[in-house]
Design a protein around this ligand. Structure first.
Ligand code: AMP
Ligand code: MG
Length: 334
């Protein structure tokens, strides 16, 4: 038997670029790596063009400009993502809500206009948040927001969808092993080319990028983290981050500073991290335990790590500053 180096899985291509408001890194092993990456970049730009709220011509911006006026026919992709977003809004009893945009804009996190809004401004804009006002028509693939001034933001779910789409492109190109990293929204395809599982570090939310609390060992899984360290501003020593509790109109504060979800599809993981981040440890754990094949890791401000029961073989706590708490302990402590 001869080994042709061109046939080995060691051929890899790594590319970093900026789309969907984040740094994307694709590590792809296999013969078609370059082609698969090029096709992925095209798809990612397409998703950005359809779903970004920062592009006036995007389908989401058009839906927003027609709020309270008329339905908009959108692409299959955008329709699918909006329907999923509504499903997760229902599942989380509104902790996740894609109509959050007016309040997100008010805070302006990650923009030059970041500020603490006045209580009356928050109260006023919270009137526009209600996922039940997303009117969809499955036949026409149209979306309408019921009332004027309502506005969609798919920022908590679009990257997950994008990761799944990139995975599909890689698989179509016969790629067996890859890491798709969309700014912390990761899909680990196959294994490490040496045959071992992929090791994904869970960012220490308090430390520099690249310092970890622990490691998850996975194959063919999405690993998504929502954290208060991703987008925020500081004011008088306090951190104001980008995950808004739709019930208060302010950054979610319940002790959680990072929530990771491990799932088959990244769209589910992305939506669920935002859901559970806002729901808190107890309700969040309960929700994830109720979904088959999905696991979660929560990190709290007081340096505790809570996980679902099914994750024991997958997650290893490596940082001694953190204490492992399991669901049972949580139940006993109550
Ligand atoms: P993620 O990093 O996936 O948790 O998504 C956070 C982004 O989603 C924010 O930057 C907002 O654009 C948007 N967002 C913030 N809070 C919510 C929420 N409660 N439900 C849905 N989207 C949200
Ligand atoms: Mg999310």
């Amino acid at each position: 038997m001869s080994i042709n180096p061109l046939d080995t899985e060691d051929i890899s291509s790594i590319k970093q670029f900026y789309v969907l408001g984040t740094i994307i890194q694709l590590i792809v092993h296999g013969d078609n790596a370059e082609k698969a990456i090029d096709e992925s970049i095209v798809k990612l730009n397409e998703i950005d063009d359809k779903m970004s709220v920062f592009k006036d011509s995007s389908e989401v911006s058009i839906i927003n400009s027609k709020a309270g006026i008329s339905p908009c026919v959108v692409s299959e992709d955008t329709y699918f993502v909006i329907k999923k977003a509504v499903a997760y809004s229902k599942l989380s009893y509104g902790a996740f809500d894609p109509t959050i945009r007016p309040v997100v804009s008010l805070w302006g996190i990650n923009t030059e206009h970041a500020r603490i809004p006045k209580a009356h401004e928050i109260k006023s804009d919270m009137r526009f948040i209600d996922y039940k006002d997303i009117i969809s028509n499955d036949k026409k693939k149209s979306i309408k927001l019921r009332n004027e001034y309502q506005s969609l933001d798919l920022g908590a779910i679009a990257k997950g969808f994008a990761a799944d789409e990139v995975k599909n492109i890689l698989v179509e190109n016969n790629i067996k092993n890859a890491i798709i990293d969309l700014g912390g929204n990761i899909y680990a395809l196959g294994n490490n080319p040496d045959g071992t599982l992929w090791n994904i570090g869970i960012q220490d939310p308090i430390k520099e990028r690249g310092e970890y609390v622990g490691i998850v060992r996975v194959q063919n899984k999405s690993v998504v983290t929502s954290g208060n360290y991703e987008r925020y501003f500081m004011k008088e020593g306090k951190r104001y981050h980008h995950i808004i509790n739709p019930m208060t109109g302010a950054p979610s504060e319940n002790g959680i500073i990072s929530a990771t979800v491990i799932s088959e599809y990244s769209i589910d993981g992305d939506a669920l991290t935002t859901c559970v981040y806002v729901m808190g440890i107890e309700k969040g754990l309960k929700l994830i335990e109720s979904i088959k094949g999905v696991e979660a890791i929560f990190i709290t401000l007081d340096k505790k790590v809570y996980t679902t029961t099914g994750i024991r073989d997958t997650f290893k706590l490596t940082n001694e500053e953190y204490t492992y708490k399991n669901k049972l302990e949580l139940e006993i402590a109550k």
